[in-house]
Ligand binder design. Structure first.
Ligand code: HEM
Length: 457
């Protein structure tokens, strides 16, 4: 709040010195009734919004029904809104469908910025910090070892690893939330993943977002929306069954915090692992370099997160994949809580802000050759880690950032120490464009995990 007050004072002084912020944001022509709905209906929205930034600049507006959406596509404007003026833009838009999937706005990710939300986020954040200090390392290590055993059992056959990555990432989170882990074949796990996947996929579909902008559509039959409602009921049954064991924790907020961690923590980490393997198939020499670094530095020992600074090539790989494929490419929409400004433009209260993290990570002014996979850029001092914003920033910074960073480091260290990932014969290299919904995923692909000489312990 104090920062908020300071930033308001700063804005007031800036306004006195520079005059009022300009009113007209650039943007594509907006049409009667539909506004810019067509711009938002593209199948790879982050890429499309990044293309529009080349025409209209790093801050532009779109209209959708009677809502103005401002898209931010450079790390500079994203930082101005999310970090410098965090208290102006920490809200979430009120949305009909968002309320349905978040138990009436009781989740951390979709809840608006209120006193209750702040207490809620603080509580879950401190619980996660305690885990990070105490047991998280062991939990991740354990699931990295399980994952390696699964890969060893494939005995060098060509397989799609995406499900194994999802199981590993999700077992870290279910160990933290339910104190349980699941076997890949467990019907309970399969049901949970199917349901969470459906919710994330359906909620990103334009059939659903149209309901937010055009209330009249809610009166018409909408089979996609019916499916979403069914999956939300199924999700809540599954979570409730677990929380019934802890009667004291059974209120909607705890329920939704569990949903936040499961949804936020499973698909993201798993998608990132898939991207990493795919990029390494495209540039096998990067894989060799990271493996060599791991062999020399570890010298037979297991990787420890506290030693991460000893692995520059591995860290560069993690950062480059986070840059090229930020798995939450458009973050989660923010809402201006009060009148404010970004880059000198006036932003009225209630404007929806889309931080286009994908766009910021492909900004040619910051990243030379932005579309190429070149982890070495981080070793050569090109591009700035300050401009890397895969977890967002400010009041809405990804709640699982420290969990995710530990997972990405340890999973990758174990996998690349003990396996060589190779492309099966007669199979094309994985397509790197991706499928963008709320999470940016890669199309399924097959890979061979060849055990290195050293067998997993
Ligand atoms: C929110 C990225 C992993 C839990 C977010 C946001 C981004 C993000 C961009 C939106 C920030 C905004 O609204 O400005 C990522 C990436 C991950 C990752 C790139 C891994 C590679 C995780 C994990 C967890 C998690 C492992 C849980 C343990 C959450 C939650 C929110 C969130 C609860 C909502 C925060 C809020 O609205 O205050 N994440 N995330 N994420 N993430 Fe993550």
């Amino acid at each position: 709040e104090e920062n908020g007050a300071k930033s308001s004072l700063l804005q007031y002084v800036t306004r006195l010195v520079c005059g009022p912020p300009s009113l007209t944001l650039p943007g594509p022509p907006s049409y009667f009734l539909i506004g810019n709905m067509l711009e938002l209906a593209h199948d790879h929205l982050p890429l499309h919004l990044t293309g529009l930034a080349q025409r209209y600049g790093s801050i532009y507006r779109l209209r959708c029904g009677n809502t103005t959406i401002v898209v931010l596509s450079s790390s500079e404007v994203i930082r101005e809104a999310l970090v410098k003026k965090w208290s102006d833009f920490a809200g979430r838009p009120d949305s009909y469908t968002g309320n349905i999937v978040s138990g009436g706005g009781c989740s951390i990710s979709l809840g608006d910025y209120t006193e209750v939300w702040r207490a809620h986020r603080r509580l879950v954040h401190s619980a996660l910090q305690r885990c990070c200090q105490k047991s998280l390392h062991d939990v991740i290590e354990r699931h990295a070892l399980c994952l390696m055993n699964v890969l060893t059992d494939y005995k060098g056959t060509a397989v799609d690893l995406s499900e194994d990555f999802t199981v590993a990432a999700s077992n870290v989170i279910t160990t933290l939330t339910f104190g349980k882990e699941y076997d890949k074949s467990s019907p309970e796990l399969q049901q949970l993943h199917h349901c969470l996947n459906e919710i994330v996929g359906l909620w990103g579909s334009s059939w659903i977002s149209a309901l937010d902008s055009f209330p009249l559509l809610r009166k018409l039959p909408n089979p996609v929306f019916s499916r979403l409602l069914k999956e939300v009921v199924r999700r809540d049954d599954i979570i409730q069954k677990h929380l019934d064991d802890y009667k004291a924790l059974s209120d909607t907020h705890v329920h939704m915090a569990t949903v936040d961690l499961l949804i936020g923590g499973t698909e993201t980490t798993a998608a990132w692992l898939n991207w990493t393997i795919a990029f390494l198939l495209h540039r096998p020499e990067v894989q060799s370099r990271v493996h060599e670094e791991l062999s020399v530095v570890l010298d037979g020992q297991d990787p420890k997160y506290s030693d991460r600074h000893k692995f520059p090539a591995l860290n560069a790989l993690v950062q480059e994949v986070l840059r090229l494929r930020p798995v939450a490419p458009l973050a989660v929409p923010h809402r201006a809580i009060r009148d404010s400004s970004i880059a000198g433009y006036f932003i009225p209260k209630n404007t929806v802000i889309i931080p286009n993290l994908f766009g910021a990570h492909h900004d040619p002014a910051v990243w030379p050759d932005p579309y190429s996979f070149r982890p070495e850029r981080f070793l050569e001092g090109q591009g700035s880690t300050r401009a890397l914003v895969p977890f967002g920033g400010g009041a809405r910074l990804c709640l699982g950032e420290s969990v995710a960073k530990m997972e990405l480091f340890l999973f990758t260290a174990y996998l690349l120490r003990d396996f060589q990932f190779v492309l099966p014969e007669d199979v094309p290299l994985p397509d790197l464009k991706g499928v963008a919904s709320v999470v940016l995923k890669i199309q399924p692909f097959k890979v061979i995990a060849l055990p290195r000489h050293r067998q997993p312990s």
